[in-house]
Design a protein around this ligand. Sequence first.
Ligand code: BGC
Length: 740
Amino acid sequence: MKLTENIPFANLSYRLTLILLLNLHLLNAQSWTDVKIDSLINLMTVEEKIGQLTLFTSDWATTGPSIRGNYLDDIRSGKAGNIFNAHTSAYNAKLQKVAVEESRLGIPLLFGYDVIHGYKTIFPIPLAEAASWDLVLIEKSARIAGEEAAAGGLHWTYAPMVDIARDPRWGRIAEGAGEDVYLGSQIAGARVRGFQGDDLAAPNTILACAKHFAAYGVAQAGRDYHTVDISEHTLWETYLPPFKACVDAGVTTFMTSFNELFGVPASANQYLLEKVLRDTWHFQGFVVSDYTSINEMVNHGFATNNEEAAKLALNAGVDMDMQGAVYYDYAKDLLMNGRISEQTINMSVKRILQLKNKLGLFDDPYRYSDDQREKEIILSENNKAAAREIARQSMVLLSNKNQTLPLKSTEKIALIGPLVDSPIDMLGSWHGSGQASDVISILKAFTDQTTNFQYAKGCDIEGSDTTMFDQAILVAKNADKIVLVAGEDFTMSGEAASRAKIRIPEIQRELLKRLVALKKPVILVLINGRPLCLPWETEHVDAILEAWQPGTMAGPAIRDVLYGEFNPSGKLPVTFPIDEGQIPLYYNMKNTGRPMDPNQKYTSKYLDMPNEPLFPFGYGLSYTTFQYSMATVDKTEIERDDSLNFKITVTNTGHVGGQEITQLYMRDMFASVTRPVKELKRFEKFYLGPGESRDVKFTLSIEDLKFYNQELNWEAESGTFLFGIGGDSNTDLNIRVNLK
Ligand code: BGC
């Protein structure tokens, strides 16, 4: 569909050209684009400018209270310049036509949507993808999601979510890359590159959005939207780096978070938005608020009313108001009575128009609405194959006693559980416009490819109905091995989905206990959006496969792994605690003045619980085994301009080929600000055939030894550093290096 010849848009171009000619003298100082955009801003009324700062949801979906119903009138009058939750090529072209042909200036709309882990072809949830530690595949997943979204008429995704999360009770842990700063930052960059590609004007790339700025993942007690109270050091050391990685990767937009930071809600936080984002990182794009987060400053007890909230947000540098309608309602008055300046408004309008221009919307506002491309690209065989591959690479084998897995085709399998045939739950939270009907369930994959199995649902995901137990037990009794697929439904993680108890729901655990009592090999396949506490399960079942919420191709991917057609290689991007009482529990904690000593009462420990997790960060098994040689380093005394070269030999000592993810950890023993007991510094993922060896090499420089000192300067201090290389974060740090 090409509608560029429409009259008002041509009018706009014509008028802009005229104005440009009059402004040619400005070209020495500014770029052509800047002059063009400034000229457009000169044509705009105050209402039209505020319209560009306004983002309304369409009536297709909401993720919070819906405020406005008449958004079509608002588009027509130029009072709504951006729309989210509207998608498909045809629908968005229809809305675009209203903006371009019926509004006075014909400025094209910007369409946003939460394309978090896929648009129609749904990939594993981001936490799962992080478990692949595969930056190439993660970038590819975002690339495909971006391509599909762009073919569906979209320009902008609200992703990546780069909040480091160390509290698995928080449901939104599903949307991020887990607990680690280094891994999280690498993945943040990969996702931005994936969505945005090399050229924003290409019709298959979209704007990315780094969210939620900042520290949203530290909600107290893991309760969504709760208070955040952290030190400036922790902010810089742990929560800001993935956002900085997004800026370095060229991210074009930022979203503020719902929480407060240092007592100031993020949507009015000048420290974050001015000092960090604009002044320190020189971010050039625009900032959007989260859904009504500006209005919520009244509830925070920070702004006395919505008008003041609008003033605070605008003055702090929130360029666009998502759904709150506070700019819409109050910005004009604020401007008229001098509480905000015209320059502030113009600056925000300019940032937004600049990105509309970069997307090529001024050249062709319908560039992203192409019915043909939509038909060809969305859910294509290639995209589904990629989703299957990424899902397999994301799965983590947590235990495998007596090599219970992989299953053999000769074995009779009892396939049991409420998630075996529950397509929607494979998609996880924030599944875009992905549909259950496009999902290949586990039951379907088994039915298509396996003859030697029987299925029984056993129970619902939650509730107390045990009437289906007997049928499941009957099926189990008739089998050689029992596969129970258990876990959470798709609404049990994600936004506003915190859980105080992060167990498999009780009814499913009861069923599991009955199955275990049969004394046959039991394999637990987990479908879930967060770490779960699984102490009983780990002790009593024979194998556990963490499959997460694997997306559209869940069934084939899970079946591939269960039958050894794919050897699992994922490693946990987040710690699995034994018990909720240990939370927060993460690998790079500080040592404390009284580190745990089981024989000393007055040390940092519990009376009723170990300090250790059930499964540590970086952990994951394979159907083969890997042996590590002693690691070596080329120098043990270094100067500041030296590099450190590490080497270790990894050997596949088993009978099948497999991938290993080798990890390098560091500890700075003494520093002017205490350092964590371990920090991930490098990793490498590679394949080894049976019996094959590989020398894995890592190089570090002084940059990798730096931290934020007492003055918050990024520096390395002389002294002793320990290093260790291995297959998870339990690796011993046995290499000592001294920095002069
Ligand atoms: C979420 C954001 C999301 C927005 C738009 C909010 O509730 O916090 O992450 O992008 O809704 O759907």
